[in-house]
Write a new protein. Structure first.
Length: 214
């Protein structure tokens, strides 16, 4: 992926995050807004599931899209704040489970699986490092679930929307880029690769016996 395409994608994601925040504050219960807020993420997840050939995920996203269509077709259902909360907290909980489950003894961690697809064979130190990165991401996803629930329960809706639509992508980007830069200082044995290569490794179907990865 050329740098200009990656930059354009990041700008589009930032614009969508700002738009989502505005929609949640001013038009959260409109059918077209529901489709705009939930549809793109579900379609993106469906695309990843198709590329990875993971049938349970594929079935889940298809079911979710059909549910969204039914919701929009009936004209919305009043206050949808809890649905948006469920989407945000639920996605982070699913990611936490996926990352944490790969940390079982004797199994290559989720990030280790991605690193193996990008770099080839991993040294023992690289396996340990990718395990630590997997734990970091698992901790982040769990913390975000708790933060989402607490902010929803204790703060105004506008604050929760800010957390979900603007703070969340900034934190994810910061962690992703920060780890990418730190990796080569701590482990110069990692062959240098691009951020887009890491993203492609996550989307591509893993080889047999390989852990899924970022």
């Amino acid at each position: 992926m050329p740098n200009w395409r990656l930059s354009l994608g990041l700008l589009a994601a930032a614009a969508y995050a700002v738009l989502s925040h505005w929609l949640m504050l001013h038009a959260a219960d409109r059918p077209w807004a529901v489709a705009a807020l939930l549809g793109p993420l579900l379609l993106a997840g469906l695309g990843v599931a198709l590329r990875r050939g993971h049938l349970p995920s594929l079935a889940g996203f298809v079911f979710a899209l059909l549910g969204l269509y039914a919701l929009v077709a009936r004209g919305g259902v009043g206050d949808l704040n809890r649905l948006y909360l469920l989407q945000h907290a639920g996605i982070h909980l699913a990611l936490f489970i996926s990352f944490a489950a790969s940390l079982r003894p004797g199994r290559l961690s989720l990030i280790g699986g991605v690193a193996q697809r990008v770099h080839g064979r991993l040294s023992p130190d690289m396996v340990v490092y990718t395990g630590k990165v997997t734990r970091m991401w698992a901790g982040y996803f769990l913390a975000m679930v708790l933060a989402s629930l607490c902010v929803y329960a204790l703060a105004p809706w506008s604050v929760w929307s800010l957390l979900a639509n603007l703070v969340t992508p900034v934190l994810i980007t910061t962690l992703f880029v920060g780890e990418y830069l730190l990796r080569y200082r701590l482990h110069p044995e990692f062959e240098r690769t691009t951020l887009s290569a890491a993203l492609r490794a996550y989307c591509n179907k893993p080889a047999s016996g390989e852990a899924a990865g970022r």
